[in-house]
Design a protein around this ligand. Structure first.
Ligand code: ATP
Ligand code: MG
Length: 390
């Protein structure tokens, strides 16, 4: 029996860019997601995209799993392909949906007939097939309002497609329909979630991570790569910079008033990230900050951080509680990695009494103590190591 995957795309229809461009980008992203699974063909057809294994050999379980993480897809379903003949449709539905129907208590049949030459009208198809399935699966009852399984038959131009329940898609917009942005990624819980959320809105990600060896270790860096690898399952490949940050952090420690350590460090992170972001044609920065979570995330501190860059800073976690962020990190499978206990550069030289009501004038004044700041910033950006995380 031939089987395909049907893709229902989401918000695409609502957008200004024309539908075709959006679908083409979505198909490109699907191809990337399926790269390691096999060769597939993609056919746009009647507000769905039909995905088919080119040689009939690819594992559709793996393909469905990969596609369930591609943004821009609202729902997907596996479907059996049958000849356009009601007897053939009945036989195929019985065989193809045997497991699903055996486990269900109730079902209904929905028929859609886009080939108007097909001799039965939609309600007739539903009635015929419904009656047949009832006779073959004796335990089943029909429930048109809230069935366990909805059997859908679509009679299209070439074939009939028969499918059971839909699988929920990742939603959002296809990655790279909304430009590029650089996410400041730590090993924590929040920034991978922030990255995921912006990718979901169609933004292509670049990542910047600050490492301060020997205060931070190789293991911390590995952890960040692992987190990015998990985000990349949704966002596609992420060009990643690891920035040598030790020299700047030591300069801050040696020259600045301790209360301002974190804010100043964060401002330098922004400046370096801006250089790398512009280099990569990014139009915004992304962080995992959330108001009030820690001293460096009061609105005053966030204001000082913002002032360090001319790029807009997106903080999708800004109004979220930690529990809400944790829930998303569990959903996208980054949580267990995030809670591994490696030191981040943020926890090196943490002030005992951080300034929570910092004023920008004070901060910039304290910062002046690092006379060669511009040179250090440039050196850090130049020294960044680039890798692509898939
Ligand atoms: P996270 O869970 O993302 O680490 P957090 O609540 O622990 O966030 P901080 O450690 O204060 O908060 O960091 C705030 C934000 O600054 C992070 O969300 C991230 O965007 C950025 N950031 C922190 N440390 C680093 C780092 N080493 N490299 C790059 N960005 C960082
Ligand atoms: Mg952190």
């Amino acid at each position: 029996m031939k089987e395909i995957i049907l893709i229902k795309n989401g918000e695409l229809v609502l957008k200004g860019l024309n539908r075709n461009t959006f679908e083409d980008i979505l198909i490109k992203n699907m191809k990337k997601a399926l790269r390691d699974i096999g060769e597939f063909t993609f056919t746009k057809s009647q507000s769905t995209i039909v995905v088919e294994s080119a040689d009939g050999e690819a594992d559709l379980d793996d393909a469905t799993d990969a596609l369930s993480r591609v943004f821009g897809i609202v729902a997907l379903s596996r479907a059996a392909v049958a000849e356009k003949d009601i007897e053939e449709i009945k036989r195929t539905a019985r065989e193809y949906l045997a497991d699903e129907l055996s486990l269900a208590s109730t079902f209904k049949v929905e028929a859609k007939r886009s080939d108007k030459k097909f001799p039965l009208k939609s309600p007739e198809i539903s009635r015929e097939l419904g009656g047949y399935l009832l006779s073959k699966f004796n335990h089943l009852k029909v429930d048109v309002h809230n069935p366990d399984v909805t059997v859908t038959v679509e009679v299209r131009d070439s074939h009939a497609f028969i499918r059971g329940n839909n699988i929920k898609g990742a939603g959002g917009m296809p990655v790279s329909t909304s430009g590029r942005a650089a996410v400041l990624i730590s090993g924590g819980i929040d920034s991978p979630v922030a990255a995921y959320m912006m990718a979901k809105r169609g933004i292509e990600l670049v990542a910047v991570h600050f490492a301060s060896p020997p205060y931070t270790t190789e293991l911390a860096e590995q952890k960040v790569f692992e987190l990015l690898h998990k985000v990349a399952r949704y966002s596609g490949p992420i060009t990643t910079y690891v920035v040598p940050f030790t020299e700047l952090q030591e300069a801050i420690r040696d020259k600045c008033d301790e209360q301002y350590f974190t804010i100043i460090m964060r401002r330098f992170m922004m400046k370096i990230s801006e250089i790398l972001a512009r280099h990569q044609n990014c139009s915004a920065l992304i962080t995992g900050e959330s108001v009030g979570q820690v001293a460096s995330q009061t609105i005053y501190a966030l204001g000082c951080t913002d002032a360090a860059t001319d790029l807009p800073v997106f903080r999708p976690c800004i109004g979220m509680d930690k529990v809400e962020i944790v829930n998303i990190s569990r959903d996208i499978d980054t949580f267990e990695t995030s809670i591994q206990p490696y030191e981040d550069c943020c926890t090196v030289f943490t002030p005992r009494h951080p300034k929570t009501r910092a004023k920008l004038e004070e901060v910039t004044e304290v910062e002046k103590a690092i006379e060669n700041a511009d040179e250090l910033i440039k050196r850090a950006a130049d020294g960044a190591r680039k890798t692509v995380i898939k």
